[in-house]
Design a protein around this ligand. Sequence first.
Ligand code: SAH
Length: 362
Amino acid sequence: MIDKILEKNDPGLSDVTALLNAEGRDRGLLFEKARQVKAEHVGNKVYLRGLIEFSNICAKDCFYCGIRRSNSRVPRYDLSDEEILNAAYFAYKNRYGSIVMQSGELTGPHFTERVEGLLDGIRESTEGNLRVTLSCGEQTPETYERWFRAGADRYLLRIETSSRELYSRLHPNDEKHSFDKRLQALRDLRSAGFQVGTGVMIGLPFQTTEDLARDLLWMKSIDIDMVGMGPYLEHKDTPLYTYRDLLLPKQARFELSLKMIAILRILMKDINIAASTAMQTIDPQGRERAIDAGANVFMPNITPCRVREFYKLYEDKPCTDENPDDCRRCVEQRIASVSNDVAYDEWGDSGHYLKRTRPADR
Ligand code: SAH
């Protein structure tokens, strides 16, 4: 039966749910197919994005997140412009091709201008040779446009779950945490010209396998360019921790995450899919296994060591005690261990985005 589903061009909800439940031989067929699609459509090379977690100050209060505003146990930091520019230059010098600048969610003219200034600085110091992804939450359309004009190329904004109902159980019920606004932000990002990425958490309390299947079909329906998704990991200083007894064991969340990646690769052959850090929290080889399952983007952490331990969205986050140089060496070994190659000095734009925006070139 799985064989038939894997041949379909347009699998439906029951098909995708069946793939998420695949075991034994069927499971093997799923991963084999994903590997085949990956080799054919994006190749066995992995693009790097140096990850700079530049501030953990956040105005939001998401029930799952360790850096939510109400968590007074986490010391807050905001890297200096110099530290951020140095980290970006480190990525450039080490031939990473691109960076991701991520932060808690802040809004307002000061933040907009600051990020704009940083984008200018990065472009100058790298002569425009470093692609920049921003992951700074929901902003106004004008802010997105300004950042795009200042040289940001891509934007990551996870929907967290495509189920409106589940979303409302994971967030306070107010204007700041509106599902509709998050959806609108994804549309605004697209209009501003970005390569747009989204994603979900896998194994949340109250989440069903069918919810996850719907997440994948939703990503396809909005024709997304990039995806980063990974297991939900409980954090004891957050409200969602109350429901920890409802969670699947961590290994099962990991397994579901691998299947989500493999199925997404089959559904959306030419998009960029990241091997999330959260995967490595559960399995020491988690990110390599994600690459083997269909991911083609790896995000070495290049945040300065002095603050790394404070960007804890979840507990047991790996690599918080390593410096950027250690990460660089370790990345290559990890990627080689699953017979993939590191794509140095490559921007690694989403093939899907290129086809979507420049069909005439192809
Ligand atoms: N402020 C930005 C970046 C958020 S942090 C924004 O709003 O988009 C990046 C991602 O970490 C979140 O989108 C969420 O999917 C993930 N995350 C947060 N808490 C988590 C947890 N407890 N377990 C797993 N992933 C988590």
